[in-house]
Design a protein around this ligand. Sequence first.
Ligand code: ADP
Ligand code: MG
Length: 354
Amino acid sequence: MKMFFKKTGTMQALAVLLLIGGTCLFCGCSRQTQRIQMVDTAMGTIVSQTLYIEGRTIREQQDIVQEILFCIHDLEQQRLSWRLSGSEIYEINANAGEENGIGLSPKLSEHLNACLRVSEASQGAFDITIGDVVRLWDIDTWAGKEETKGFVIPSESEINAALEKTGYQKISLQDNRIILPKPLQLDMGAVGKGIALDEIKQILEEYEEITGAVVSVGGSILTYGTKSDGSLWNVGIVNPSETSENIGVLKLEGGWCVSTSGDYERFVEKDGVRYHHILNPETGYPAESGVRSVTIVTQNGLLSDALSTACFILGEEEGLALAEEFEAEALFVLEDGRISMTEGMQQFFELTVE
Ligand code: ADP
Ligand code: MG
């Protein structure tokens, strides 16, 4: 998912983004409202902000942009990273096996409760204990690289051994404490970007002067308020078979979180087979559900991110039912070329006509 308009190439877009990386562009929309754009990296992905701000100095506008960026870094470093010692998740993983459990901040407790709700509703298709299997495949290391000779497909026994260390059902959450039995480990990789959107929305709400914004953190996008010309926000849906093109666009008011999970986002090809980064916790292999991508629209970032992953694994029929259970809108791009969506999604989606 890219927040560019129809037919904007991903690589092309990226190049433009990188050119303006770390800098702010100011475009006068009217005397009172400024449009400020900024692209940077955080959470290992590209963060792009477009903010419409009224009556602030350039310095103050830059400060708001930096505050948003800092909030994403902070979320990763203090709360969500399984790699960085000092984050809450890191400490929980380090203390797995603690019989009395480990204390949780109210926010992490809320995230974990929401994740477990999605795990239960998806019958384990979404599972934040899948980290060991993710590490075994190591898709992130090889994705996008030209030279992939070193990529090794894990053996059946390695996969089974890694699967032994998973199972969200073994987690117990109570009164802001978690009991995480050994050798389970938590990995919030599938929801970090969505959670970031929820935090960013809170910051935007603190500033009356921000009249509209669209912020993307990797494949998750937040729309907020209105554009100064009153038009809707456009969020492109990438064509998985031709990622330089969009198959359509979502026309959204402010207040929505949009997340996409696709087999074209991070993958390695070996002997003509595509191994992508969304794994089926039942098999330990990349999910094969007839789906190329799933886009979810909800008002909650964590849910949009978790549901896009879960729906990808479940496939069209069960995925649509799961989205409806959470009152989320879903759009599936399927391997056979069809596009399938919830009824509510139809009001947002416009197909690109050749
Ligand atoms: P992205 O990270 O590109 O936004 P997703 O939100 O779909 O994509 O999350 C995929 C990431 O989630 C993977 O890279 C992996 O770390 C983790 N993951 C893979 N399969 C699952 C799963 N079944 N349940 C939970 N997390 C998963
Ligand atoms: Mg996701």
